[in-house]
Design a protein around this ligand. Structure first.
Ligand code: HC1
Ligand code: SF4
Length: 570
């Protein structure tokens, strides 16, 4: 242990940690912008400077280790003056047009500048603007970038895709797509992790809320919203509601006030995916074709993009099952339209998702099979949904729990846990067990696949057959696993992959809390919901059973293949 003094408080901390960490552990907040624990500890922004007694120069606290007897000041006049100067220099290269910036109110640069009482600049403005493809789901604004390098490091160290790099030199040094490529050519998975780790609005998501407002104002349109599993565990964070308070029922209430005609739950789509994917898995197991096994889950479009660009020879391993919201879109514009007695061409489906890549997924040509325009017309992220609440002046405290709409109002606990890493595997195994043995397993029989580790391997015996399963999240972890599979170092039957660390709960479209990882907390909220669901197996969802009886006949039927499956060659 090391004893040191920070701002007149004597503290004891472990050896080898940084000053910033030591301060944090003792509830002393040192402002910082570029720092991301274990990922970006480069002292680039120079906001975390502190004064060390007896030394002339200030030191960056994010990458200076504590020493025995150190006496530190985190807010001395010298520190404040230097911090202020460094923030002003950053502001001189930042467009500061906060009134029309979507990160206003949740921007670390804005907060630090406000906290320092900066109301004018002592430096001349020198803002660069690089054109960007406005149609791409991932948006970059060079005039906001503060060159903190977080996006470069997240994409490199965690996602292993190296989309971003430093370019130019001297005062022109900036961040842009690596190797002088356009973003469309850079094999970006669209996981959005660079967005959720950007401290400002240098990176953000294409805003599609106007498309939704237009549809809501069109009297000819029947507007249907579906809500992804992981959204329910996160939207409340932005409006001051706890996980228990921020229910899907309140989202339904808010959406109806905005003019949405029907509100459905993507968890129903997840149950449908399980019916198809678990059946497909059992068929593939019987065929034992090495071009198809292990079978990879296919509901994460970030992962599907990754596989198609990095390991195109392995696309045949992907389950052909569409993702839950795409399956649901196809069912809404066919079966549900029929049940409601409405013209499918008039239906406008919006998916509220924790995800950036889903904005791309709904545009893939051969994923749209219902024959009434796109199966899902638009995808908005959790952040866009919250922006819509604000734009519509929805009084959050007046929202009450409203039921979802018929004829697809039921969803199982298996559908809810899709939003956490391991959830798709667990849900699929619950139903695969039933399909093979005719009996339901205990709903928690496969709970060992839960948890935030990047790669988890488990074996289960079902009907005397051993199944080897792996669950991986984060694309860096995924690359390691695929390489091991290719080399023959590991053998699996079934692999779940989610591009975002922790799965959709940590998705790129979720609310941003700078420097705080929320995937585990949100996943826990989803597991609590599953635990208290009356139905915890997808095949027991009565609306799913009815859909097969009345329309699809059975999993993998001709109709199901047409509407619910894809070859991934879009
Ligand atoms: Fe996901 Fe999925 S779990 S992919 O993260 O399979 O986005 O939440 O909606 O479609 O169900 C996302 C979440 C989501 C789909 C489901
Ligand atoms: Fe989207 Fe979820 Fe995949 Fe992330 S893990 S890219 S949020 S589907």
């Amino acid at each position: 242990m090391v004893t040191l003094t920070i701002d007149h408080h004597q503290i004891e901390v472990s050896e080898g940690i940084t000053i910033l960490e030591a301060a944090k552990q003792n509830h002393i907040n040192i402002p910082h912008l570029c720092y991301l624990k274990d990922i970006n500890e480069i002292g680039a922004c120079r906001i975390c400077m502190v004064e060390v007694e007896g030394k002339d120069k200030l030191v960056t606290s994010c990458n200076t280790q504590v020493q025995e007897g150190m006496v530190l000041y985190t807010n001395s006049p010298k520190v404040r003056e230097t911090r202020r100067m460094n923030v002003e220099l950053l502001l001189s290269q930042h467009d500061c047009e906060c009134a029309y910036c979507s990160r206003s109110g949740n921007c670390s640069l804005q907060t630090i500048a406000n906290d320092l009482g900066i109301t004018s600049l002592n430096y001349e403005k020198d803002v660069t603007y690089t054109p960007w493809n406005k149609a791409f789901p991932l948006q970059r604004e060079s005039n906001k970038c503060i060159k903190c390098m977080r996006c470069i490091q997240i994409c490199d160290k965690v996602q292993n895709l190296n989309v971003w790099d430093v370019c130019s030199t001297g005062s022109r040094t900036t961040v842009n797509v690596s190797l002088n490529r356009k973003i469309e050519e850079a094999d970006c998975s669209l996981c959005g992790q660079c967005i959720t780790h950007c401290p400002v609005n240098g990176l953000h998501t294409r805003d599609d809320t106007e498309i939704v407002f237009d549809a809501l104002n069109d009297p000819d349109k029947i507007c249907i919203a579906q809500i992804a599993p992981a959204v329910r565990a996160a939207w409340g964070e932005s409006v001051g509601l706890s996980h228990d308070q921020a229910t899907v029922g309140k989202m339904a209430c808010a959406l109806r006030r905005m003019g949405v005609d029907y509100v459905f739950d993507t968890d129903f789509g997840a149950d449908l995916t399980i019916m198809e994917e678990a059946s497909e898995f059992i068929e593939r197991l019987k065929r034992a074709d090495s071009n198809e096994m292990p079978m990879f889950t296919s509901c994460c479009p970030g992962w599907v993009r990754f596989l198609k660009s990095q390991y195109p020879d392995m696309v045949s391993h992907l389950s052909t099952s569409k993702s839950p919201h795409q399956m649901f879109g196809a069912i809404i514009k066919t079966y549900v339209a029929e049940k409601l007695g409405v013209d499918p061409d008039k239906i406008f489906v919006m998916s509220i998702m924790p995800c950036v890549a889903k904005k791309h997924e709904c545009d893939i040509p051969n994923i749209n099979d219902a024959g009434a325009g796109k199966d899902v017309d638009v995808v908005i992220t959790t952040r866009e949904f919250v922006r819509m609440l604000r734009a519509e002046h929805v009084a959050i405290e007046t929202l009450c729990d409203e039921p979802l709409d018929q004829p697809v109002s039921h969803a199982s606990g298996a559908g809810v846990i899709f939003g956490a890493t391991g959830g798709v595997m667990e849900a699929a195994l619950r139903s695969a067990y039933y399909f093979v043995t005719g009996n339901n397993p205990d709903a928690d029989m496969f709970e060992s696949v839960r948890g935030m580790e990047g790669c988890k391997a488990q074996s289960f015996i079902i009907n005397g057959q051993r199944l080897s399963c792996a669950v991986v999240s984060g694309l860096g972890n995924t690359r390691k696993l695929i390489e091991a599979i290719c080399k023959g170092d590991v053998h699996y039957d079934f692999v779940e992959v989610m591009a975002c660390p922790g799965g959709c709960s940590g998705g790129g479209g979720q609310p941003i809390h700078d420097g705080k990882e929320m995937a585990a907390v949100r996943a826990n909220a989803l597991y609590q919901l599953d635990k208290h669901e009356a139905i915890r197996h997808s095949h027991e969802n009565p609306d799913i059973q009815k859909l097969y009886q009345e329309y699809l006949e059975h999993p993998l039927s001709e109709k199901a293949e047409k509407l619910l499956h894809t070859d991934h060659f879009g």
